[in-house]
Design a protein around this ligand. Structure first.
Ligand code: CO
Length: 169
């Protein structure tokens, strides 16, 4: 597999607004998709990516963990810490846009690995942030939607530019 880079869907592509479907069975196709998603994310210098961003409306995400990029199927946030943290986020589907977003500092996640095994894990800080950002994608939520009014005002023109580029492509 020489060139595994998938096309990244950019804002305001409608697929990014859709709620994704649960994965029913972890088969070879899903494993291959995860492989391609990891490759695409790395080649785009991302730290996370979700299936809808490559045009597939299924509940699959890639998160860069302490052990490197890993695929998570049907991920769910089971618990969120009340303590929050503000940190800068960007998104491969919104190139050139970076905003400070408030997220839970710690999350407990339930997911299925690409081996088909159900796992539970705890994440903190940046990794917790990536999980929250990517799981949002599966529900059709973009990080700009989590920013406050003043931050959104600042990027209004950048969003307009992306909309213009999209309608021309
Ligand atoms: Co994103």
């Amino acid at each position: 597999m020489k060139n595994a880079k998938l096309k990244i869907r950019k804002y305001p592509d409608q697929i990014l607004k859709k709620k994704c479907e649960e994965v029913k069975e972890v088969n070879e196709e899903i494993k291959k998709l995860i492989f391609y998603m990891i490759d695409t994310m790395k080649k785009s210098d991302g730290v996370g990516i979700s299936a809808p961003q490559v045009g597939i409306s299924q509940r699959i995400i890639i998160v860069t963990t302490e052990n490197g990029p890993k695929g998570f199927i049907n991920p769910k946030i089971m618990e969120k810490s009340k303590i929050t943290e503000v940190g800068q986020e960007g998104c491969l589907s919104l190139p050139g846009i970076f905003l400070n977003i408030k997220r839970a500092k710690e999350v407990k996640i339930e997911a299925v690995e690409d081996s088909g095994k159900k796992i539970y894990l705890k994440a903190q800080g940046l990794i917790a942030r990536i999980f929250q950002h990517e799981i949002d994608h599966l529900d059709g939520v973009l990080f700009v939607g989590r920013a406050d009014f003043w931050q959104r005002l600042k990027i209004k023109n950048k969003l307009k530019n992306l909309e213009n580029q999209f309608s021309k492509s």
